[in-house]
Design a protein around this ligand. Structure first.
Ligand SMILES: Cc1cc2nc3c(=O)[nH]c(=O)nc-3n(C[C@H](O)[C@H](O)[C@H](O)COP(=O)(O)OP(=O)(O)OC[C@H]3O[C@@H](n4cnc5c(N)ncnc54)[C@H](O)[C@@H]3O)c2cc1C
Length: 380
């Protein structure tokens, strides 16, 4: 594939692969079972430049493109989807929002700490009653002199407890009106801002998912990102980029499942031969490999358009939708190829199976992606 064969992309991918194999793989199941979120891993990834992949060097980042970013997320997700999810959310949601919509002062203040992983980023859009319908949010920000006072709760937030810097989209206008939301940066330690319940999840268990609670949380107007009323439109643009990372996460998980299934199918003997000799198994592998290649092409297509500043709402939704469904199918088939062993925690495929499901839900469900794609194709 042309995109991924660039020397720089290969080098970056190799570094991510080596790190994941040496420092993540030995702990994958221990972290998963204990639902342990390992902050030290992100510090190390920060030292390698993988927590500020898209941040220009002048703000302390690596200044790489979306192509390298996709390669990094894939390599980490091949080993552990949960760490991949946290790296993706940190880079493209919180950091990505400040990079795209922060003013110069905000970028200088927040990006170096995020890019080095001195602090982790959180990004709060979803609430208990507003997920797909995020524009109908209940969390409010009310102007009081030179400050804003935030009240409400954001749910399902990656790094909702551990994130040192949070971007929060809150309602600043009347419910169900246009341009009624605004984005703010809230620093951990601000009075009235706390982490809440940590979710006990099916998969992605080493990635922290938790509530962020705002109780008369007062922040200065200097923490407002962009214009009053632009918050939801900003969030949609951030999600266009974020969906490329979920597509990359999905491709990584699917590749991890395929690698494991390929190896096992050659080693496992039944009826005096490797099970890969059976067409019923080899055709599964063929379907997995074909779908993964297609998902990867869609992902690189969206990344390439993002790099070139071309419209990519449709392409990122297509990549996210297709790749996430492929990840679920590939992980399901991998469990099937492993038979009974695939149903145990002694082999990696049951974790790919659990982790993959998040990809069809987070940053817009498959149904929401189809709404986005349909809207775009009907425009043409
Ligand atoms: C592990 C994890 C991490 C997350 N991290 C973050 C984060 O960092 N920040 C953040 O803001 N959010 C985060 N989320 C939230 C995530 O984006 C939402 O869960 C997702 O957008 C879906 O919202 P919901 O869960 O409320 O489902 P709902 O919106 O209630 O949807 C339920 C079902 O109804 C379907 N549905 C809804 N509307 C329609 C429609 N119009 N047409 C057809 N079907 C429809 C959905 O597709 C889904 O199948 C995270 C979620 C998880 C699980």
């Amino acid at each position: 594939m042309e995109f991924a064969t660039e020397e720089l992309t290969q080098q970056v991918a190799q570094t991510a692969r080596d790190f994941a194999l040496q420092y993540i793989r030995p702990h994958v199941m221990e972290w998963d079972e204990a639902q342990h979120f390992p902050p030290e891993i992100f510090k190390e990834l920060g030292r390698l430049g993988m927590m500020g992949v898209l941040v220009p060097e002048e703000y302390g980042g690596s200044g790489l493109s979306y192509i390298e970013y996709v390669a990094i997320i894939q390599e980490i997700a091949k080993v552990c989807g949960a760490i991949g999810l946290s790296v993706a959310a940190h880079n493209s949601l919180c950091t990505g929002h400040i990079l795209a919509f922060g003013n110069e002062e905000q970028k200088r203040k927040y990006l170096p700490a995020l890019a080095s992983a001195q602090v982790l980023g959180a990004w709060g859009l979803t609430e208990a009653n507003t997920g797909s319908d995020a524009g109908n949010m209940g969390c409010t920000a009310v102007k009081d002199g030179g400050d804003w006072v935030l009240n409400g709760t954001k749910n399902w937030i990656t790094h909702g407890i551990s994130g040192g810097i949070a971007v929060v989209v809150a309602r600043t206008g009347e419910p169900r009106t246009k341009n009624n939301a605004t984005a703010f940066v809230v620093e951990r330690g601000t009075k009235g801002f706390s982490g809440g319940k940590k979710e006990n999840k099916l998969g992605m268990r080493a990635s922290e998912t938790a509530e962020m609670i705002f109780d008369n949380c007062r922040i200065p107007d200097a923490n407002r990102l962009g214009n009053v009323g632009n918050g939801f439109q900003q969030a949609l643009k951030v999600l266009d980029g974020g969906r490329i990372s979920i597509a990359a996460l999905s491709v990584g998980i699917a590749k991890g499942a395929l690698e494991a299934a390929l190896q096992y199918s050659k080693e496992r003997h039944q009826f005096d031969q490797p099970i890969s000799n059976f067409q019923g198994i080899s055709f599964k592998l063929a379907d997995m490999a074909t779908e993964i290649a297609a998902a990867e092409l869609l992902t690189f297509q969206a990344a390439d358009r993002k790099n070139k500043h071309l419209p990519m709402t449709k392409e990122s939704a297509m990549a996210k939708y297709y790749a996430s469904e492929v990840a679920v199918r590939a992980a399901t088939e991998a469990v099937q190829i492993f038979g009974g062993y695939g149903y145990t925690k002694d082999f990696p495929v049951e974790k790919f199976y659990r982790d993959s499901k998040l990809c069809t839900i987070g940053e817009g469900t498959s149904e929401i992606q189809k709404i986005v794609i349909a809207r775009e194709v009907l425009k043409d």
